[in-house]
Write a new protein. Structure first.
Length: 276
């Protein structure tokens, strides 16, 4: 539908005030898209909106994506502001770190709500708008954790696995309609989502190379152009997660070595942050 041209296309981005969401917003702004930026905090939203309003047309909506009524209102407001809705980027996420037994049940349920239920609802709600626009895209920001079981992050991995399965299923349902559906599955990303909680992050996460928020944003754009259904970052880690999923015994054998590698990388990241 849009290929390389996002000029005057309306792009909704959840979790848009920082990290991957902000990088994605900046990228689409420079591609000429109209932006609808969504997050819970008004102050941070206003800051990124002020920055990008110098480049393109932007509105922001401070809301909780766990509110079904607010999600319906979001799409109505986006269409009223710009005349159409063309791209949805389900980027907002929540991670309560640690093993299941060490967490509160309500926090685990919140992960399911933010990471899986809300993206499914928004994807369903936007389809009539994309049909009316003659095509468009839905991009879900997943994780390598959704490609293979991850001890110490069982619920998070489950939500991202569910989001990945939903993505592939919806992509098949919409094949040939001009609506592209895809998922970006990154490993650790150099954003506050991980780096501000580095001591709580499982060591094994850092066994994979760190991606930048811009690399994830570029992958989102590629999927919005219909160039892929899934992009794993780094690519080699995508292959590793596939192997570990298909061969669970091998995954368990490799786990100690990956923990050691990740622990060493984590300590280096912490030292680098201290120096900075």
């Amino acid at each position: 539908m849009m290929n390389n041209n996002f000029i005057d296309k309306t792009v909704i981005i959840t979790g848009a005030s920082a990290g991957v969401g902000a990088a994605t917003a900046r990228t689409f702004a420079h591609l000429g898209a109209n932006l609808v930026l969504v997050a819970r905090g008004q102050t941070a939203l206003d800051k990124i909106t002020e920055e990008l309003a110098r480049i393109t047309s932007v509105i922001n909506i401070a809301m909780d994506i766990n509110d079904p009524t607010a999600n319906e209102s979001l799409l109505i407001k986006a269409a009223q502001a710009f005349g159409s809705v063309d791209v949805l980027i389900n980027n907002a996420g929540f991670h309560q770190r640690g093993e299941v037994e060490g967490n509160h049940a309500n926090d685990l349920a919140k992960m399911v709500d933010v990471n899986l239920r809300a993206p499914i609802q928004l994807s369903c709600l936007i389809l009539p708008y994309l049909r009316k626009a003659g095509g468009g895209a839905i991009i879900n920001v997943g994780s390598l954790a959704g490609r293979t079981p991850l001890q110490g992050a069982a619920t998070y991995a489950a939500t991202k696995a569910g989001l990945r399965a939903f993505t592939y299923s919806l992509a098949d349902e919409l094949k040939g309609t001009g609506i592209y559906v895809g998922v970006v599955s990154p490993g650790p990303i150099d954003t506050g989502f991980i780096m501000s909680e580095i001591d709580q992050v499982e060591d094994i996460v850092f066994s994979q190379a760190m991606s930048s928020a811009q690399q994830v944003a570029d992958a989102v754009v590629s999927i919005a152009r219909g160039e892929a259904t899934e992009i794993s970052l780094p690519r080699a880690s995508g292959w590793l997660t596939t192997v570990s999923y298909l061969f669970p015994t091998l995954r368990r054998v490799l786990r100690p070595a990956l923990y050691r590698k990740g622990r060493k990388a984590k300590e280096q990241y912490k030292q680098d942050n201290t120096k900075a």
